[in-house]
Design a protein. Structure first.
Length: 434
């Protein structure tokens, strides 16, 4: 590791990219602490400590790096872009025009990216309106004595200014991510998600130490760190695991040139779905809590939801979370990997799997292998999502120390390291490429 860091710093191009990325990260974190106009920041600080452990806003606050509860300029963070990307991915399966654009290559992908940007702004306006309305009514920090005074001036002009500021902040975050992709180390959106997630960890760990009761909280703190290292090791092991299906290409003669006789493989990861199923499951589990928050205080179903779907160690919550994670893992893999399309592309270019006939038998074989690979991946996601939540449920401030954050931090970290290594290799062989 020290040798790799020295090599990066000694390479001028990589060093400049790394410094540029760090500058964008600092700018992003600065915007996460600048309050929007019309907000009484003193009252926000008063109420933030009481809402820090709220599971209702935990996921949104996680992806914004804590900016949501501070009602900052970057309050929504990168979450609207993530939502827009997932929506476009789902729509690609059901809308033929989007599917045709996807098959056009880089030109079609650029068009889909443009649609994603437009949808991101629309979602930012919608979510910003909901955030401002919730803050105005005092429901954002329910139970805080000054929650209704967070927005002193409730005029239409101030409200519209707040919504536009939040939407503009989201557009700026999206622009920063694209700058990191173009001029930084790459993978800009994922890096911003990584930064947002990692930004909440120091405060969470320190809260665990302060609320701990064994040896001044240091035993609690040490046990969390130990479990965290074990979880990180497990995530790294599974995220790197893959099944390589061998593919061979027959010899073809086009003009005076011959092509083929090449051997490659199709990499099928154990966790083919990534962190998306966990995000889907978490989002669905927040819906009953959100509805119950605005229901009558005497409702029986509200009391049942508050007693079974609020704490992370409730049996109903744990079972539902696990089943939803497994379901969405299969669902997301089924829409992102099409065995028939892969088999058709292999046939088109003269490729085949040894021992498997081309065409439909290849598609059935790929579907069979993918189904067997998805089961351990889905169960792994369910365990990773639940173990930290259940294990740390009794520790104060552990609401944001979830499996989602571990998956994001480790996954993005591994991808960034791969990108830097590939750029180092390109620099080492630059003389041959010229």
């Amino acid at each position: 590791m020290p040798t790799a860091i020295v090599r990066v710093l000694r390479t001028p191009e990589l060093r400049n990219k790394l410094l540029f990325t760090l500058g964008m990260i600092l700018l992003y974190r600065f915007g996460a602490h600048v309050p929007i106009p019309g907000v009484n920041y003193g009252n926000v600080q008063t109420c933030t400590a009481q809402a820090a452990n709220s599971r209702l806003l935990g996921l949104l606050n996680l992806f914004s790096g804590g900016a949501l509860l501070h009602i900052a300029v970057f309050a929504l963070g990168i979450l609207p872009y993530i939502t827009a990307s997932i929506i476009l991915q789902l729509l690609t399966v059901v809308i033929p025009k989007l599917e045709a654009l996807k098959r056009e290559g880089s030109a079609g992908q650029a068009k889909i990216t443009q649609y994603t940007r437009y949808l991101t702004i629309a979602l930012a306006v919608l979510q910003g309106t909901g955030l401002v309305a919730t803050a105005r009514s005092g429901a954002l920090f329910s139970g805080c004595p000054v929650a209704s005074d967070i927005v002193p001036d409730k005029s239409i002009f101030i409200t519209a200014t707040m919504v536009l500021t939040i939407a503009a902040g989201t557009a700026c975050v999206m622009w920063l991510g694209e700058l990191i992709t173009d001029r930084g180390v790459g993978n800009g959106m994922s890096i911003l998600v990584f930064v947002s997630t990692a930004a909440t960890l120091p405060g969470t760990l320190w809260a665990i130490k302060q609320n701990g009761k064994i040896a001044g909280g240091w035993i609690n703190f040490g046990s969390v760190i130990a479990v965290g290292f074990v979880m990180v090791g497990l995530v790294v092991f599974v995220e790197q695991a893959q099944r390589r299906i061998p593919v061979q290409y027959t010899k073809r003669v086009i003009g005076r040139k011959s092509y083929g006789h090449a051997s490659t493989y199709i990499p099928l990861k154990v966790n083919q779905a990534g962190v998306v199923p966990v995000i889907f499951a978490s989002s669905l589990l927040y819906i009953p809590q959100l509805i119950a928050q605005f229901a009558s205080s005497t409702s029986g179903w509200k009391a049942w939801i508050e007693s079974n779907f609020v704490k992370g160690d409730d049996p109903y919550y744990v079972a539902t979370y696990f089943l939803l994670t497994v379901f969405f893992a299969f669902f997301y893999v089924s829409i992102t990997f099409n065995p028939e399309e892969v088999a058709d592309n292999m046939t088109k270019y003269g490729g085949f799997i040894p021992g498997i006939r081309a065409g439909r038998p290849t598609a059935r074989y790929l579907g069979y292998v993918l189904n067997r690979m998805t089961w351990p991946g889905a169960l792994y996601l369910g365990v990773i999502a639940l173990v930290p939540t259940v294990a740390f449920a009794s520790y104060g401030g552990a609401s944001s120390l979830s499996g989602t954050s571990i998956l994001i931090i480790v996954g993005v970290g591994l991808e960034t390291v791969k990108q830097i290594n590939s750029q180092l290799q390109q620099h080492d062989y630059e003389g041959f490429l010229r």
